[in-house]
Write a protein that binds this ligand. Structure first.
Ligand SMILES: *[C@@H]1O[C@H](CO)[C@@H](O)[C@H](O)[C@H]1NC(C)=O
Ligand SMILES: *[C@@H]1O[C@H](CO)[C@@H](O)[C@H](O)[C@H]1NC(C)=O
Ligand SMILES: *[C@@H]1O[C@H](CO)[C@@H](O)[C@H](O)[C@H]1NC(C)=O
Ligand SMILES: *[C@@H]1O[C@H](CO)[C@@H](O)[C@H](O)[C@H]1NC(C)=O
Ligand SMILES: *[C@@H]1O[C@H](CO)[C@@H](O)[C@H](O)[C@H]1NC(C)=O
Length: 348
């Protein structure tokens, strides 16, 4: 009997004299086997084993066991479990996959390319403990635009049910009496709007351009519609102020404004002040009111604004317009001739 007691008491005796270990360490990757849970007093030489935490798998050639050492500490555990891999998370259509790692607990993010929008609620997938990626690969859907705006006196094509990113439509006016002003084609942008305002179909018609003391070199007959061009040449003995060539623009006006032809005057002494007036007159009608006393009050009231009115509103009466026009010519002639006087190199 006494023999047995000695055998049973021996470990207890040595245990207390050489030390005891407390609770084994907690590990991220390993969970203490349930056999040892709730124990907090281990004798020297005792061993405990661990199992892998969820999301972790065993590493070959490592030990999942630790020992209570004679200095009352546990032996250092191996890294006997490692995070499991979920494999490739799958690529997204019309987008980018952002991967830093594919192991348990990591997240891969997805983005859509320009012109595409994510219709899935989640833009990511997470590597789960079971080694599977959460949810599905997100879906990028092409951006759509509302139907193209309809326009008066014109139409667009093609007519489609849906207009998506980079689809273009082309506008045409209903017949050749209309000119298309603006971008002929617009396209659906990646923002879901159209690249520009639709064009307009308008009737563009410029009045037959007549320049006194000049003849046309081209563009003899109308109708003068958008971009119709006319070229002028002054009669001999006259010199031109303005552009030789003008074109009918979208406002039904000649652009640049019609030139003028003024008589070439042989150089005579003149005052220096007229130089400035001449230059200003050349640039436009607005300076007419600044003209010196040689200009009658009648001219001043007509001014440049009347001329602009006449050209922007072709419906104004012919005789009235004609009077104003000749008045303008007179003013311009004065301006031009004084300019010529001060710039004798223009005379040939
Ligand atoms: C562990 O057990 C031994 C012997 O049973 C005892 O002497 C010691 O006080 C205990 N240690 C702790 C921390 O409970
Ligand atoms: C503890 O163990 C180590 C190595 O196993 C040994 O060298 C040492 O002598 C032991 N200490 C005691 C107090 O038994
Ligand atoms: C994914 O997005 C989250 C949240 O914005 C971020 O913390 C993480 O670093 C991203 N991961 C990658 C791989 O881009
Ligand atoms: C289309 O939408 C984008 C973004 O909102 C904006 O910057 C752009 O100016 C819009 N384009 C047009 C032609 O309205
Ligand atoms: C047409 O020409 C006139 C005169 O040159 C100019 O004032 C007007 O701005 C032009 N209109 C357009 C739409 O370019």
């Amino acid at each position: 009997m006494g023999y047995y007691w000695t055998l049973l008491l021996l470990p207890a005796f040595f245990g207390s004299s050489y030390g005891n270990c407390g609770e084994p360490p907690r590990l991220d990757y390993g969970a203490l086997d349930t056999l040892y849970s709730d124990l907090d007093n281990f004798t020297v030489g005792a061993t405990v084993n661990y199992n892998c935490q969820p999301g972790y798998i065993t590493v070959q050639q490592t030990s999942n066991v630790i020992t209570c050492l004679n200095d009352s500490s546990w032996s250092t555990p191996d890294e006997f479990c490692t995070r499991r891999s979920c494999g490739h998370p799958g690529d997204i259509q019309n987008g980018q996959t952002l991967i830093s790692d594919i192991l348990f607990g990591s997240r891969v993010n997805y983005t859509c390319d320009f012109g595409f929008i994510m219709i899935s609620k989640r833009s990511y997938r997470e590597c789960q403990a079971n080694g599977m990626w959460s949810n599905e690969v997100p879906v990028c859907e092409v951006q759509t635009c509302p139907p193209p705006p309809p326009i008066a006196d014109g139409h667009y094509e093609p007519d489609m049910e849906d207009y998506t990113y980079q689809h273009a439509v082309t506008y045409n006016c209903k017949d050749s009496t209309f000119s298309l002003i603006g971008d002929k084609s617009i396209y659906c942008t990646g923002y879901g709007n159209w690249s520009a305002e639709p064009p307009k179909c308008t009737v563009v018609s410029c009045k037959s351009p007549d320049v006194e003391n000049a003849k046309k070199l081209s563009g003899f007959v109308g109708p003068y519609t958008l971009n119709s061009a006319v070229t002028f040449e002054c009669d001999s003995g006259y010199t031109m102020t303005g552009s030789h060539s003008v074109a009918c623009n979208a406002s039904s006006e000649w652009h640049p404004p019609l030139p003028t032809c003024s008589k070439i005057v042989s150089p005579t002494p003149t005052t220096t002040t007229t130089t400035t007036i001449g230059k200003e007159t050349v640039t436009g009608g607005t300076t007419v009111s600044q003209k010196p006393s040689t200009t009658k009050k009648n001219d001043e009231t007509n001014g440049g604004s009347t001329v602009a009115q006449k050209t922007t509103k072709p419906q104004s009466t012919e005789e009235n317009g004609g009077n104003m026009y000749s008045t303008l010519l007179r003013i311009r002639n004065q301006g031009a001739s004084t300019r010529d006087l001060s710039l004798p190199e223009t005379c040939h």
